[in-house]
Design a protein around this ligand. Structure first.
Ligand code: GLN
Length: 499
């Protein structure tokens, strides 16, 4: 029986209380998580690398600060793990690609600086789809990650390692990135909370770019309250990311709501149409009932352009990717082919050998969509659809505090089920891409289980500056619905040590 320490069931909020009460040390927490990773990650494969020495040193420093009454933040001493597209000085940042398999970053991403400044030890880097392109973590050059609830199922993606690590008790919190759903969809597949903040809320400096106008960093945690604590660490303006907006850094933690009276929640009709699994529909509709029970008004709204969101997303994200990934040329850094006759062949072979299939598909798609003669037909048209959707979402949110929808059309599917059919895989992003296209914040919260015991998630999307409110609604919902109560994808735990 593979056991994980009891401490690894605790939420970030509970760990903070134990640390504050002096019942546990940060070193003990980090040791417990390292043991959990040892026990479970052989099966799950959420981590690409762990940093035991640094994490234990950082934990010891956190304990020393606490002893002196010099806590750096509420999360001082609470460990976290990060998706492998966030650069850390001196560490490999591979983006799960052969291209960057041995690339070491000369600098820290802004969010990494912020984790350090908050005193959070970093446990390791987490698996993902190559360059964040995908929805199942099967596109990693370093092997698939499995869903902790069922090893035959995908964990979702592209932040599959982040979601699986939190769900399996191998990290109390993780960072992911979300360009078209990559935080929220794996969160829903693994039964954890995932947040994509508004575009501009978190600095993208040091996040390896996929599609710069869509990419955002956000947390994955067991609860909304935990995610709010992490958001307060990572949000904020940054002169090194000119798209970041200091006005969006409004505190999310400690804004617990009991009562949703006076709030209206909209159900976009277009999100409950064809292609939606019956069990997912039932779970999200039941969640709407719970919100109503908490006092919210629930009413139908319409986003008529929603059907265009997916094609627009794939055109825009691929176009931006084709440009962003032009930098991997085998010359300056990253993979370089062994044998080549001239510069042209060096480029060609390095890219051919360094990139995986899906990345090449996106580069080709994007290059085509931007090519002369087709730019108007595809790229400019997609930009127009984006504008339409922005308007419609703003209109719908004029009368609603949040829009409630499924996160994904189905629960986690089988490994290999969609790898042969990219279109099928892309269709899974239908409900998540609108938040990226519009730049709005959205939260994925567990709201039920399928008959097979697989997690189901719901999405709450709000106005640009509404993240604190969204987190409040999510928290009120989860405290009432208690979807994850007593449920863990691991049944055996070691004796309660000191916790
Ligand atoms: N699944 C989407 C895609 O493949 C989203 C990816 C992401 O958010 N990084 O593009």
């Amino acid at each position: 029986m593979k056991c994980i320490p009891a401490l690894c069931r605790k939420t970030v909020t509970e760990l903070c209380a134990l640390l504050d009460g002096g019942q546990i040390t940060s070193v003990e927490i980090v040791q417990a998580y390292l043991r959990a990773i040892d026990a479970r990650d052989g099966d799950v494969h959420a981590y690409l690398e762990t940093y035991p020495d640094d994490a234990l040193r950082e934990a010891a420093e956190a304990d020393a600060r606490r002893a002196l009454g010099q806590k750096r933040s509420p999360l001082d001493g609470v460990p976290i793990a990060v998706k492998d597209n966030l650069v850390m000085r001196g560490r490999v940042c591979s983006c799960a690609s052969r291209m960057l398999a041995s690339f070491r970053s000369p600098y820290d991403a802004t969010v990494i600086e912020k984790l350090h400044a908050a005193g959070m030890p970093i446990l390791g880097r987490l698996n993902m789809d190559e360059f964040a392109m995908g929805g199942s973590t099967e596109n990693s050059a370093f092997g698939v990650t499995r869903n902790p609830w069922n090893p035959d199922r995908v964990p979702g993606g592209s932040s599959g390692g982040s979601a699986a690590a939190v769900a399996a008790g191998m990290a109390p919190a993780a960072l992911g990135s979300d360009t078209g759903g990559s935080i929220r969809q794996p969160a829903s597949f693994c039964g954890v909370v995932g947040v994509k903040p508004a575009y501009g809320a978190v600095s993208r400096y040091g996040l390896v770019a996929f599609a710069s106008s869509l990419d955002q960093i956000g947390p994955l945690c067991k609860t909304a309250a935990d995610a709010a604590l992490v958001l307060d660490v990572i949000c904020g303006g940054d002169p090194r990311d000119m798209t970041s907006d200091p006005a969006l850094a409004r505190p999310c933690a400690g804004r617990e709501m009991q009562d949703l009276s006076g709030l209206t929640v909209g159900l976009p009709a277009e999100c409950f149409g064809e292609g939606l699994d019956a069990q997912v529909r039932a779970a999200v509709e039941a969640a709407a009932g719970t919100l109503r029970g908490l006092g919210a008004q629930v009413r139908k709204v319409s986003l008529p352009s929603l059907p265009y969101a997916l094609p627009a997303y794939y055109v825009i994200s691929s176009a931006e990717a084709s440009s962003n990934l032009a930098r991997y040329d085998g010359v300056r850094y990253g993979y370089r082919a062994q044998a080549y006759a001239d510069l042209d062949e060096l480029y060609r072979k390095s890219r051919q050998e360094g990139f995986g299939m899906e990345v090449k598909r996106r580069i080709m798609l994007g290059t085509f969509a931007l090519s002369s003669g087709y730019q108007d037909q595809y790229y400019l048209k997609a930009l127009k659809a984006r504008e339409l959707l922005r308007h419609e979402a703003a209109e719908a949110l004029g009368g609603c505090a949040a829009l409630l929808s499924p996160v994904a059309p189905t629960p986690a599917y089988r490994l290999g089920e969609k790898t042969g059919d990219p279109m099928e895989m892309y269709l899974g992003d239908i409900y998540t891409v609108p938040a990226n296209i519009t730049g709005l914040p959205a939260v994925s919260v567990p709201c039920g289980r399928s008959a097979e015991g697989l997690p189901i998630g719901m999405s709450l999307m709000g106005a640009r500056d509404s993240l604190p409110l969204l987190m409040g609604i999510a928290g009120a919902y989860e405290r009432t619905a208690r979807v994850n109560e007593g449920m863990h994808p691991y049944d055996a735990v070691e004796e309660e040590a000191r916790a």
